[in-house]
Design a binder for this molecule. Sequence first.
Ligand code: MRU
Length: 366
Amino acid sequence: MKVDGTHYRSIWYNEKTSTVQIIDQRWLPHEFRVVDLTTREDFVAAIRDMWVRGAPLIGATAAYGVAVEMARDPSDASLAETWNVLHETRPTAINLRWALDDMKARLSPLPASERAAAAMARAHEICEEDVEANRMIGVHGLEIIRAIAARKKPGEEINILTHCNAGWLATVDWGTATSPMYHAVEAGIPVHIWVDETRPRNQGALLTSWEMASHDIPHHLIVDNAGGHLMQHGQVDMVIVGTDRTTAHGDVCNKIGTYLKALAAADNGVPFFVALPSPTIDWTVKDGVAEVPIEERDSSEVTHVQGKLADGSVSEVQISPDATPGGNPAFDVTPRRLVTGLITERGVCDASPEGLAGLFPERVID
Ligand code: MRU
């Protein structure tokens, strides 16, 4: 999507410098910094320390990490070790394992001399597939927004609440939850977005708000606790969130706080949709609460916040007493019974084994 009129993706290969480049998201929206990732250690740090984040982007970054390492050492041992070190970076988003498994399966049968070129080609392809999947999520999600618009007065805004950042910065382009929003705007449907701040790291306040503002999409930033109140007062027409891992039975793991939004939506009859490209489906697990590992991040993310000071510099401040420890589970699971539908690149389905099997008949779901 565009930044000051220039089209950017969240990750790209720069032919001139022969390097993989990313937007270092730790500094947004206050500073726009592009950095080169040149070694495997750079890729590990970028994912682990959240220079890049968001399930699809983590997967794409890992794919490039494998490609860069294969150019240095294409041996079997290097491939296995690269899978391990990248896989350890973040445990919840399944796109990471999906991308690493995909790369390993394609590279393992090849002679070492062919691995570097094949790995780079596949990393590019993973990015293109992600962009196309998210575009199609927008096409399908637009139909849901159209249906809601048809029930409102002509010209009346559709109020959509979203949590965390499932925008283009979390994918290669378009975003998952945001793609239907962009498509609605292009179709001339008036939308207004309620952006949850998304403590502790404030991905909504920092990233989603910036994405919305950059594309002149009407929006308001709200505190995480405001959603239930807005729903009770008819000010939310639908919720669209992303996901880090959706199980084969339709349970949705996403940024901490998503479950509470789903509960409030169910209590108020507000449709709750989840937008996801298929690499975010973990076909090996059924019960999200029991089976999905939840990342526990550093407590400093809870006890401290980062922001812009009056002099324009970006700084961090402590908000809690010195003696108070922080607890920081980064994701939660929304049971499928609270999900109205899953918006995928192949269409919209129920959050159920039958719904997913209908869209992905090549998968065996028990
Ligand atoms: O911890 P983060 O910022 O990587 O968490 C991101 C999310 O939870 C997103 O909602 C999810 O990855 C979907 S992104 C399309």
